[in-house]
Design a protein around this ligand. Structure first.
Ligand SMILES: C[S@@+](CC[C@H](N)C(=O)[O-])C[C@H]1O[C@@H](n2cnc3c(N)ncnc32)[C@H](O)[C@@H]1O
Length: 356
């Protein structure tokens, strides 16, 4: 049965595959509420969650997106909600598949995550702050299902797994230097892929934004092994704590790339004046951190010389990535499972070992 849905003020119907056993009536969807950008970052509270109704309308005939390239079309509700303390806040809509993924990660890593030699707490955004960043990227950076996203220092992989679902990027790649964190990220990815396989039987009856997408790869390695960011369109880094030597390499790498968009947590004084990235600032916003009251500003930059042309070259470090995600959910799941097994059997499965 094909049905459509509208959310808030959005008039565009969202195609729907109905999940078995679910009634096609009013259905509940959770929204996270964060303050308007004019409020201090430290005021942002992820714990404020409210529930609103999702209205379902009978849909006319229409084609459904395929599993591997499902592109949810839900746009942000424009309504404001009043918090218990009386503040007005913008609602941030978080897709069901994104919520499912964070639920899987939470189960596997605990509520803090980020395990590694430096202890359990490290820098990562709350789910709602990450959604805010994703929304800004959609708004200002042409971030969509054709994008190729890299997280430099991917940790346990939350940003990668998030954008893999929303907007459902073509390639979500994370590189992490610390083996313990990479293994945690791989464990989370395996959990997500296992869940995707399990849900496959219900796929024809689920909404597009409920379906868990798979186009994500994690590797253990040092970003300094690459000389350019090609073929990535969106280069993301939670850059707090990066040493100057790494910045110097990243700036040289960026200036030898064609990647149009850079997202990081350092302002123009560092990025443009000190390290001389070839970029202009296009947006910025406060974000809040998981497990602490800390807040950081995210900065969105565009390459000064961006022409809009497709990136055709690829740094040798990033070859084979498209092939791996194109191989499909089952092949990727087997690949990830095998890599994790190799780790258990013989220690670190490095890129060198895998792609000789
Ligand atoms: C603050 S964490 C951010 C994790 C993740 N990006 C997130 O936002 O949730 C930064 C990560 O960068 C990794 N890192 C630092 N230098 C790196 C390098 N040269 N190559 C790859 N990863 C690196 C660290 O090990 C750490 O896990």
């Amino acid at each position: 049965m094909k049905t459509g849905v509208t959310i808030g003020n959005d008039e565009t119907p969202l195609k729907r595959r109905k999940i078995k056993g679910e009634s096609v009536g009013d259905q509940e969807l959770k929204h996270v509420v964060t303050p308007t950008p004019s409020l201090a970052a430290s005021d942002i509270s992820e714990s404020v969650i409210c529930t609103v109704n999702r209205n379902l309308f009978a849909d006319t005939e229409g084609s459904f997106l395929s599993r591997s390239r499902a592109t949810p079309k839900r746009s942000e509700p424009k309504a404001k909600k009043k918090l218990i303390f009386g503040r007005l806040v913008d609602e941030i809509n978080i897709q069901p598949n994104v919520r499912k993924v964070y639920g899987i990660i939470r189960k596997l890593t605990g509520s803090i995550g980020g395990n590694g030699s430096h202890g359990p707490i490290y820098g990562e955004l709350t789910m709602s702050s990450m959604q805010k960043v994703v929304n800004l990227m959609k708004q200002h950076m042409n971030f969509n299902s054709n994008s190729k996203f890299i997280d430099v220092g991917s940790g346990i992989g939350k940003p990668n797994l998030h954008v893999c679902q929303d907007p459902g990027v073509k390639l979500s790649y994370g590189i992490e230097i610390e083996q313990a964190r990479w293994i945690l990220g791989m464990t989370c990815l395996k959990g997500v892929l296992d869940a995707a396989v399990k849900e496959e039987k219900d796929i024809d009856e689920a909404y597009d934004d409920e379906i868990i997408l798979h186009r994500c790869v994690f590797e253990c390695g040092d970003i300094r092994s690459a000389n350019s960011f090609n073929p990535f369109t969106h280069v993301y880094m939670f850059s707090i704590g990066f040493p100057p030597s790494l910045w110097i390499h990243l700036a040289a790498m960026w200036n030898s790339s064609d990647s149009p968009y850079l997202i990081c947590y350092h302002g123009p004084k560092d990025i443009i004046d000190s390290y001389e990235f070839d970029v202009v600032l296009i947006a910025q916003a406060p974000t809040s951190m998981h497990g602490s009251k800390e807040g950081h500003t995210v900065y969105l930059y565009r390459r000064t010389t961006h022409t809009g042309e497709e990136i055709t070259s690829c740094d040798p470090l990033f070859k084979n990535l498209d092939k791996r995600v194109d191989s499909g959910l089952h092949a990727l799941k087997d690949d990830i499972t095998e890599q994790l097994q190799q780790c258990v059997d013989s220690g670190r499965a490095t890129r060198g070992k895998r792609f000789k």
